[in-house]
Design a protein around this ligand. Structure first.
Ligand code: GYE
Length: 322
């Protein structure tokens, strides 16, 4: 059939039909939509720190208009590996991974690399032979945190303490490094002694149960060092139930700087917390954008931490964001 429209009008119709189709199909690029998506493979929700980190990443995705696929691995590496494989299969544009433990990541990271999907590590590091397997790591210096906790405690205890150590999840970077840093920090003081050290899995219940059990064997404890605030809060409960006064009879120090820790310091039950910021959303998405644009990133961005104790907790409490 012969068109009655003049050429310019026909061209206009053609172009606007194209534009409309593109609009309706999301630009009509097969991988386009998924490519704009970011997959976030999270450890779980074991601590208040962790839920604050999840929120920071989700809020930042929303702020930037990025579609986020979220996976909670419930503390299991195999679930995280499955989630990462799922993201690769869906053709996401990038993956943010908070690896539960340090080892065992090479195969799946290689699969992501082969699919040309950059992986940004947040908060915990991995041990891999080839560091081109991830774009960058954004995290605190956990060894330094452990050392700061040790230095604070050594000073407060005048170089003499019988310490119970509550470790984080076995094999997790912050558990390994916070232990090492603390041991380094007390090394020069022969009377600072770790009399027992066990994992409470970074949870409040874990911290409470382990402290309860250890108190029976070591009633002479004078200090508790917990790898995170949640375990310290659990230990405080256990100490109180055993008739001890946490914060006075038994000094309690931990790491993270969550609101609950500040409240416990104000109440005189926790002595010190070393901050470890979970507010990594903005840094993570900056890294995602750069990696997707093919820019070369620093292998590690260290997030700075501060030490808080009962002398400055009350003044700081209203400023806490997590
Ligand atoms: O300290 C702890 C959490 O990986 C730094 O994990 C993080 C740690 C944090 O469960 O509370």
């Amino acid at each position: 059939m012969k068109s009655t429209h003049p050429v310019s009008l026909r061209a206009f119709c053609f172009v606007s039909t194209l534009a409309l189709t593109a609009l309706l199909t999301g630009c009509n690029q097969p991988a386009g939509d998924a490519g704009q998506t970011v997959g976030f493979a999270q450890v779980g929700a074991e601590s208040s720190w962790r839920t604050a980190e999840t929120k920071s990443i989700q809020d930042e995705a929303e702020k930037r208009g990025v579609k986020l696929k979220f996976s909670d691995a419930q503390g299991k590496q195999e679930n995280q590996i499955k989630a990462v494989r799922g993201f690769i299969a869906q053709g996401v544009g990038a993956i943010i991974l908070a690896p539960v433990v340090e080892t065992g990541w090479e195969p799946v990271l290689r699969e992501a690399q082969q699919a040309k999907i950059p992986v940004v590590l947040v908060d915990r590091g991995v041990k891999v032979g080839d560091d081109s397997l991830y774009a960058t790591l954004i995290a605190s210096d956990f060894v330094a945190e452990g050392r700061m906790a040790a230095e604070w405690l050594t000073k407060k205890a005048a170089g003499k303490a019988q310490i119970i150590e509550l470790q984080g999840t076995p094999g997790a970077a912050p558990a390994i490094d916070r232990k090492r840093g603390f041991e380094e920090g007390i090394k020069a003081s022969p009377e600072m002694k770790i009399i027992a050290s066990q994992s409470g899995d970074f949870t409040r219940t874990g911290g409470k149960q382990v402290t309860e059990a250890l108190l029976k064997v070591h009633p002479g404890v004078t200090a508790v060092y917990a790898h995170n605030d949640d375990m310290a809060l659990g230990a405080i409960q256990a100490l109180e139930e055993a008739g001890k006064k946490p914060g006075t009879d038994v000094l309690v120090v931990s790491i993270d700087g969550v609101k609950g820790a500040f409240e416990a310091m104000v109440a005189g039950k926790l002595n010190c917390t070393v901050e470890c910021s979970p507010l990594l959303g903005a840094l993570a998405f900056d890294a995602v954008e750069k990696a997707k644009a093919g820019a070369k990133l620093e292998k590690k961005t260290v997030v700075p931490d501060r030490v808080f104790d009962q002398s400055n907790a009350a003044a700081e409490l209203p400023n806490r964001k997590y």
